[in-house]
Ligand binder design. Structure first.
Ligand code: NAD
Length: 280
């Protein structure tokens, strides 16, 4: 149906997600008929491993596409017919588009972070970057940074096997010298141009600062992927210490904008979405 759009979000515990409001408001502004439904696995009583059933049901019911979130970004892979290059490289999908009988996976977390850096941290050096947190968001951010031209990325995670695995897969994709596991974050930060934080620390349910405040030199730029709240303890501390700071809101908005474009073929107004996000 060319005239209207039906999309949704699949994940567990997604009740508080801002995505429905963000997408639907932008569609209203563009004069589109657009419904964004929550398909919450926890509420549906569907185990994450059965995400394929939800995909099949949505496809049969005429959905145009789905956003995919925790804990299904990897589980969904085996149910797709094709992957966009970024999603294939990352092995994670946050957007599925149903078209012409196929389901194609994309990753707009990575493209969204890249755009948020271009807009929110113009003119900073991306040459040496320390990444704290090697989970799903960390992998998306790392891919974006190395694509944007970061020379050396040092990855730190409390779980050393995760930082080692991420650094190894980045070396395979981008070259032997481009990514390393950091043994100590403090050492990486001494030489770094910037820090990206991608652990859950600072979220509403996990308050706190993920590193010692003294490590935040004013010359260091700091990007947080956590976006609830926007002003995390890290964002506030880094600002107070004179660092250039990017909060997680822009990544969240740009990943939504990129998904919206994939779902509708229409270019959303990302600035307008950002203002709306701020007001939500
Ligand atoms: P995840 O569980 O996949 O990964 C988190 C990683 O952080 C794990 O590897 C864990 O071992 C590590 N970790 C936890 N505490 C640590 C600490 N104190 N020091 C070092 N490492 C630590 O989670 P995720 O899906 O990557 O999400 C992380 C955060 O990113 C969440 O707050 C999420 O909301 C946010 N996120 C934001 C966006 C956005 O658009 N802004 C997109 C995706 C995720």
């Amino acid at each position: 149906d060319q005239g209207s759009h039906l999309v949704g979000l699949v994940g567990a515990g997604i009740g508080p997600s801002l995505s429905p409001a963000l997408h639907e408001r932008e569609a209203d502004e563009l004069g589109l008929r657009y419904l964004y439904r929550r398909l919450d696995l926890a509420e549906l009583g569907v185990p994450p491993a059965d995400v394929g059933d939800v995909l099949a049901a949505a496809r049969m019911s005429g959905f145009d596409g789905l956003n995919i979130t925790h804990p299904c970004k990897q589980l969904v892979l085996e149910h797709l017919d094709d992957l966009a290059p970024e999603a294939a490289a990352l092995g994670a999908v946050n957007t599925v588009v149903f078209a012409e009988g196929t389901a194609v996976g994309h990753n707009t977390d990575s493209s969204g972070f890249a755009r948020s850096v271009a807009v929110g941290l113009p003119n900073v050096s991306l040459d040496r970057v320390a990444l704290l947190g090697a989970g799903g968001a960390g992998a998306a951010v790392a891919h974006a940074l190395l694509t944007l031209g970061t020379g050396t990325l040092e990855v730190f995670d409390v779980d050393a096997s995760r930082s080692e695995a991420l650094a190894g897969s980045l070396r395979e994709r981008f070259g032997a010298d481009r990514a390393h596991r950091a043994k100590a974050l403090a050492d990486s930060l001494r030489l770094a141009d910037g820090l990206v934080h991608a652990t859950p620390t600072g979220m509403a349910g996990h308050p706190g600062l993920p590193l010692a405040a003294e490590l935040l030199r004013p010359e260091l730029w700091v990007a947080d992927v956590v976006y609830r709240p926007l002003n995390t303890e890290l964002v506030e501390t880094a600002r107070a210490r004179g660092c250039q700071v990017l909060d997680g809101g822009r990544m969240a908005v740009f990943q939504a904008a990129d998904s919206f474009r994939l779902f509708t073929g229409r270019e959303p107004d990302a600035g307008r979405m950002l203002r709306h996000f701020d007001a939500l």
